[in-house]
Structures are given as structure tokens and as C-alpha cells.
Design a protein around this ligand. Structure first.
Ligand SMILES: *[C@@H]1O[C@H](CO)[C@@H](O)[C@H](O)[C@H]1NC(C)=O
Ligand SMILES: *[C@@H]1O[C@H](CO)[C@@H](O)[C@H](O)[C@H]1NC(C)=O
Ligand SMILES: CC(=O)N[C@H]1CO[C@H](CO)[C@@H](O)[C@@H]1O
Length: 213
């Protein structure tokens, strides 16, 4: 999820490619219970949609595969991974087809904050609305790092890959260690409720098919 300000900018930017811009979601405060989550073929999965507009269809596939199709949505996140966050090496492969605003990320969520290692994205770079924390090099690319304050003491760590991709391996420890070196330790990683390779759509339409391992 992204802040109201960034959402507004993104929605504005997306007007050119959408028949009509998606309605602004109601409350961008802390996320509540995921709409659907559990274990599927040995992986944790979660699917959450703010329900504000459009249609999102999430489908679990074999092993670590999932697919999602969305039309004129408000905001959703979906994906497979693990129910406990750890400094894993996470591989993923597949593709995202979306001309608007989307994120493909190694994503952890907790009631105290979120962490996005962004591998591919669409029309909006979330760090354009954040506090810069420099950059790091990992897994073949530079990542722009920033902290986004969503208010109510809810913070997001962001790594934004410069050389975008939809397949590869993320050495998450490189990111988590860097955040620590920058004092971005608002809440412990151990508080994260899950760690998934998430596809998120925001005010857009598209489809994705991703396999996590
Ligand atoms: C991740 O991969 C690196 C090599 O790139 C290795 O040194 C490290 O032990 C691996 N970490 C985990 C948790 O498997
Ligand atoms: C930011 O990263 C630090 C270091 O890994 C971690 O302890 C903290 O939980 C992260 N913050 C959020 C909001 O996920
Ligand atoms: C589709 C659906 O029921 N979405 C709900 C998911 O949960 C959020 C709260 O986190 C609700 O606002 C949505 O309506």
C-alpha cells in the first residue's frame, strides 16, 4: 500500500492509460486482517484487496506459483512466500503485464510497518515521495533506498531496483543489513506477519504470473 499523497500522484499519472481513474481508496491507514491467507502447496499465500473498485482474481498454482488478474482496482496485494520473515535468498520468475501503477516486490507486512524490496514497478517510483537513505548494490543492480512515513508511526522501508526485472534472486540480508546500518529499525523484522513475493496493483489493470522458490 502507498500513502495518500503518492496514491493521488500515481492516480493522476495513470489517467493517460486508464479509461477512468480508479476511485481513491477510503482509508490508507494501517492494514487490517488480510482477506485471505493460508498455506498452499507448501507456501504461505496472502491476498488482500481494499474492495474500493474493480475486480481482482487471485489464483494459487502448483508449488510457489500464483497468478492474478485485475481490472480498474483500487489497491490489492497478493503473493506467495513464508509466514515468518527471515533473511532468506528468495528466487522468483514470471512476468507482470500492466501499463499503470504496480509493484513486484519481496514484501513483509506487520502491524508496525512494511518492507518492500521492489524488483519491478510501473508508472510510480515510491521513493519519489520518501526520505532518501542512499543506495546499495545487490544481485546485479543498484537499489535506491528510502523511508516512507505513512503517518500514525507507520513506516515503510523501500529498496527500488534500478535495473528492473521480473525474474531473479534477492539476497534479502543485503537489504536488511543496509537498513540497519541506516537506522531504519523502527520495528523488528521478527514482527513481520509474512514475507512474500507480492504483486500489488494500484489504480490500474493488469495481470501477473509469478513462481516463488
Ligand atoms: C544467500 O546466498 C549467499 C551467496 O550469494 C550465501 O553466502 C548465503 O549463505 C545465502 N544465505 C542464505 C540464508 O541461504
Ligand atoms: C526496516 O528494516 C529493519 C532492518 O532490517 C527492520 O528491523 C525493520 O523492521 C524494517 N522496517 C519495516 C517498517 O519493515
Ligand atoms: C474484497 C474485500 O472484501 N476486501 C476487504 C478486505 O479487507 C479490507 C480491510 O482490510 C476491507 O476494507 C475490504 O473491503
Amino acid at each position: 500500500m502507498i500513502s495518500f499523497t503518492t496514491a493521488f500522484v500515481a492516480a493522476t499519472l495513470a489517467v493517460g492509460v486508464l479509461a477512468s481513474p480508479a476511485a481513491a481508496p477510503a482509508a490508507l491507514t494501517k492494514r487490517n486482517t488480510p482477506n485471505s491467507s493460508g498455506t498452499n502447496n507448501g507456501y504461505f499465500y496472502q491476498f488482500w484487496d481494499d474492495g474500493s473498485s474493480g475486480t481482482t482474481t487471485y489464483t494459487n498454482g502448483p508449488a510457489g506459483e500464483y497468478s492474478v488478474n485485475w481490472q480498474n482496482v483500487g489497491d490489492f496485494t497478493a503473493g506467495k512466500g513464508w509466514s515468518q520473515a527471515e533473511p532468506r535468498n528468495i528466487s522468483f520468475s514470471g512476468s507482470v503485464n500492466c501499463e499503470g501503477n504496480f509493484y513486484l516486490a519481496v514484501y513483509t507486512w506487520s502491524t508496525q510497518g512494511e518492507n518492500y524490496i521492489l524488483e519491478d514497478y510501473g508508472t510510480y517510483n515510491p521513493c519519489s515521495g520518501g526520505t532518501s537513505k542512499g543506495s546499495l548494490y545487490s544481485d546485479g543492480s543498484e537499489y535506491q533506498v528510502c523511508l516512507v512515513d505513512r503517518g500514525n508511526n507507520y513506516l515503510q522501508n523501500w529498496s527500488v531496483r534500478q535495473n528492473k526485472r521480473s525474474s531473479g534472486t534477492v539476497t534479502t540480508a543485503n537489504h536488511y543489513n543496509y537498513y540497519q546500518s541506516q537506522g531504519m529499525t523502527h520495528n523488528p523484522l521478527s514482527s513481520a506477519v509474512y514475507q512474500i513475493v507480492s504483486t500489488e496493483g494500484y489504480g490500474s489493470s493488469g495481470s501477473a504470473d509469478i513462481t516463488v522458490s
